[in-house]
Design a protein around this ligand. Sequence first.
Ligand SMILES: Nc1ncnc2c1ncn2[C@@H]1O[C@H](COP(=O)(O)OP(=O)(O)O)[C@@H](O)[C@H]1O
Ligand SMILES: [Mg+2]
Length: 380
Amino acid sequence: MTPTASSHHTTPADSTPTSTTAPTKTPAPAVRLDGISKSYGDSHAVHELSLDIAPGEFFSLLGPSGCGKTTTLRMIGGFTDPTDGTVLLGGEDVTALPPNKRDVNTVFQSYALFDHLSVADNVAFGLKRKGVGRAEIRERVGTMLERVQLGGLGDRKPRTLSGGQRQRVALARALVNRPQVLLLDEPLAALDLKLRRRMQVELKQIQREVGITFVFVTHDQDEALTMSDRIAVMNEGHVEQCGTPEDVYERPSGSFVASFMGTSNLVPGTYRAGRIAVDEGPSLPVGTRAGIADGSRVHLSVRPEKIWLSDFEPGMVLATGVVRETVYSGATTTYLIELAPGITLSVLEQNTARSRMEDRWAGGERVEVGWKPEHCLVLD
Ligand SMILES: Nc1ncnc2c1ncn2[C@@H]1O[C@H](COP(=O)(O)OP(=O)(O)O)[C@@H](O)[C@H]1O
Ligand SMILES: [Mg+2]
């Protein structure tokens, strides 16, 4: 799919109301990017990107390093001027407005806290600048510190806090201003894995409580899947696919999204009459696929956890292969199974209370693999 800049916004508000149906009153998107581009010389950091983010949504921009996530976020915040296109916040064109004229706050990866100020004064900073009264500031700062579980730490200096606590100060400092939209650029990247997992859950909880639209940048697909209502998967300055976590994981639009969203098996072959002839390997049924011409070069894709190694059911697609590697990782075991010379399938099995160590396959064994037809995708 190659999206064009103009064909994106098919919300009910765009369709012409008929005499029998009242016009649907959809609220303006919290954020609308309409064909925005940013070029540096000859290189496109972002190219004709369009998307709508609904009010209250937890929306993630996900993609590999250098794909244009930060540039996109900076254009929403007003820190970078688009070369082309329009940025709308709550239906208002803000493309020409500076950051401080936009109802948006940003949490940067570096936190950017004021070290000489106390935690409470850090959080109060924006409210003081806006001229909010002292009593109200004290009340709002206190409430927000409680909400991010920093109650009682208001008098401390940021440098006396842990990484996770500093991260929450930065979050409180942004949220206390009650912006329409909060932009977060890899805010958890500096934390160790365990703390990051906990903060993911906490951040999502806080977002639900305050109901503010979050635009969250990450290169970590697990993080995006865990936290987001919707995800835009980016690649080289454009959006490859935009949808719910389930959409992008279960129904990737192409091989880029399939492989970026966690481990995916991409088996190269040629499509003909409802089958894929794997290169130097078996011919496997995939069902007739509209829009794919006979003779097309394609990838057959099945997620590792959707492949069975035993107890097959009627209607499954079966193939044989040789176990090349068995990787035990505690809760799961991964097998690499060679289907054809140089073509391996990764198969993930849960190690449940009912699975037995001695049932595990050893290297060199010939095995059958199987999957349900609906778990098999044919990608470009
Ligand atoms: N100020 C700049 N000058 C020149 N190139 C830039 C600038 N900012 C970003 N880029 C380039 O634009 C591309 C996208 O960068 P960025 O938005 O930071 O990606 P991401 O956040 O996804 O890692 C990269 O190739 C980067 O080198
Ligand atoms: Mg970045």
